[in-house]
Design a protein around this ligand. Structure first.
Ligand SMILES: *Cc1c(COP(=O)(O)O)cnc(C)c1O
Length: 363
C-alpha cells in the first residue's frame, strides 16, 4: 500500500498551482541582486499597504498572546455598515481563496459538477477536484471573452456551483452588469453563483450584486484584501451572501481562521478610502501605460479592468525566462492553456517602463 493509494482520490488529479516567484527565490536561483529585481507576477499593489492598515496591524501585534475574536465582530460590523448588509451576511477567510474552499466543504461531493470558464482562476478547479466533484470547463469566446450564455448552457441537474470572476484572472476579461444580471436571473434554484470580485475594486463602477442577494437569487460575492488594499501577505478576504448561505458556510470554518493582526489590518484598511481611490487612479494610468507600450511593440493584449494585462508574446515561457534573467518577474500562463501569453501586473510607472524596455529586447 502506498500513501497515494490511501489518499483522497480527488487530490491526485489536481493540477499544480504555480504562484508568482518571490524576489528572493529568483535572486538565489539566478545569482542576481534582489535589490535590482522587480516583481510584476502576483497582482500585488505597487503602493504597498495603506499606512492606516499598517498602524492597526502594529497595534494588534501587542496582543499577539491572545486568541482573536473568532466571530470577527468588529470587521464584520464595519463591512455591514459600509454595505448596508447584515453582520450575519459575511464570512471571513484566510484570503478569499479559503472562502472558495469553505464553499467546497459546504456544497461539493462526488457526483456534483462545478461550471467555470476555461483558463479561469485555477483555485476553482483545485477545490472542485479536492472534493471529488467534476469541473465542467466552458471555452472562452474569441478575444478571450467570457460568454455568460454558454456558461449557463453548461448547467445540468448535477451542477452545484458556477464560478465566475469579473474582471477575470488571468485573462482580464470583464463582463457588464447587464450580462451578469442575465446570468444571475437565469440560473436554476439548485445552482449557486460564486461571483469572484477580487479585482472589482479597480473598476470605477463595479456591478452590485446586493439587489440580487436581496431578491433571493443564489449568489455569493467574494472579495479580498490582497489586491487593491495591498495586504496579500496577511491573508484576509471575505464572502457575502444571504444569511442562510453564510450560516451554512460558517459551519465548516475553523474558529480562528484569520489572524487577529490580519483582521485588524483589514479594519484599518477600510478606514482609508483615499488610499483606495488613489490606487485605483494610479492603476488606471498604469494599465494605459502598459497597453500603449505593448501596442507600440505590435503585440495583442486583452483589454481588462484588473491590475494586470495579458499580452500575447509568442512563446510565453521563453519570454518569461528572458525577462526573469533581466530581473523582471512576470507570470507565464501556460498552465492555464495560454502558452503564447504572459501576464504582467501593473507596477509603478518606473517599473512599467522597465518591463516595456526589457520586453522590447526579448520579443
Ligand atoms: C487574488 C485572487 C483571489 C484572492 O486571493 P486571496 O489572496 O486568497 O484573497 C481570488 N480570486 C482571484 C481570481 C484572484 O486573482
Amino acid at each position: 500500500m502506498t500513501y497515494a493509494e490511501l489518499a483522497n482520490p480527488g487530490i491526485l488529479t489536481q493540477p499544480v498551482y504555480e504562484p508568482g516567484k518571490p524576489i528572493e527565490t529568483v535572486a538565489r536561483e539566478l545569482g542576481l541582486d534582489p535589490a535590482g529585481i522587480i516583481k510584476l507576477a502576483s497582482n500585488e499593489n505597487p503602493s504597498g499597504p495603506s499606512p492606516k492598515a499598517l498602524a492597526a496591524a502594529q497595534r494588534a501585534l501587542q496582543d499577539a498572546q491572545l486568541y482573536p475574536d473568532g466571530g470577527y465582530f468588529a470587521l464584520r460590523q464595519k463591512l455591514a455598515q459600509r454595505t448596508g448588509l447584515g453582520l450575519d451576511q459575511f464570512i471571513l477567510g484566510s484570503g478569499s481563496n479559503e472562502v472558495i474552499e469553505l464553499l467546497g466543504h459546504a456544497f461539493l461531493s462526488p457526483g456534483v459538477e462545478c461550471v467555470m470558464h476555461q483558463s479561469a482562476f485555477l483555485v476553482y478547479k483545485l477545490v472542485t477536484l479536492m472534493f471529488g466533484a467534476k469541473p465542467v470547463e466552458v471555452p472562452l469566446a474569441p478575444g478571450l471573452r467570457q460568454d455568460l450564455p454558454s456558461l449557463l448552457a453548461a448547467v445540468t441537474p448535477r451542477t452545484r456551483l458556477v464560478f465566475l470572476a469579473s474582471p477575470a484572472n488571468p485573462v482580464g476579461a470583464t463582463n457588464t452588469a447587464e450580462e451578469l444580471a442575465g446570468l444571475a436571473h437565469a440560473l436554476p434554484p439548485h445552482v449557486i453563483l460564486v461571483f469572484d470580485e477580487a479585482y472589482s475594486d479597480f473598476l470605477e463602477t463595479p456591478p452590485d450584486i446586493r439587489p440580487w442577494i436581496a431578491e433571493g437569487r443564489k449568489i455569493i460575492g467574494l472579495k479580498t484584501f490582497s489586491k487593491i488594499y495591498g495586504l496579500a501577505a496577511l491573508r484576509v478576504g471575505y464572502g457575502y451572501a444571504s444569511r442562510e448561505l453564510i450560516a451554512l458556510v460558517q459551519r465548516v470554518r475553523q474558529p480562528f481562521n484569520v489572524s487577529g493582526v490580519s483582521a485588524a489590518a483589514a479594519l484599518g484598511a477600510l478606514d482609508d478610502d483615499e488610499f483606495v481611490a488613489r490606487c485605483r487612479k494610479e492603476n488606471q494610468a498604469g494599465l494605459l501605460q502598459l497597453a500603449d507600450g505593448v501596442r507600440t511593440l505590435g503585440l495583442e493584449y486583452v483589454p481588462g479592468g484588473g491590475n494586470f494585462l495579458l499580452v500575447k508574446v509568442g512563446d510565453g515561457g521563453a519570454v518569461f525566462d528572458a525577462l526573469q534573467r533581466q530581473g523582471v518577474i512576470t507570470r507565464p500562463v501556460k498552465g492555464y492553456g495560454l502558452p503564447e501569453w504572459l501576464r504582467v501586473t501593473v507596477g509603478t510607472p518606473e517599473q512599467n517602463r522597465r518591463f516595456l524596455r526589457n520586453l522590447r529586447t526579448t520579443i
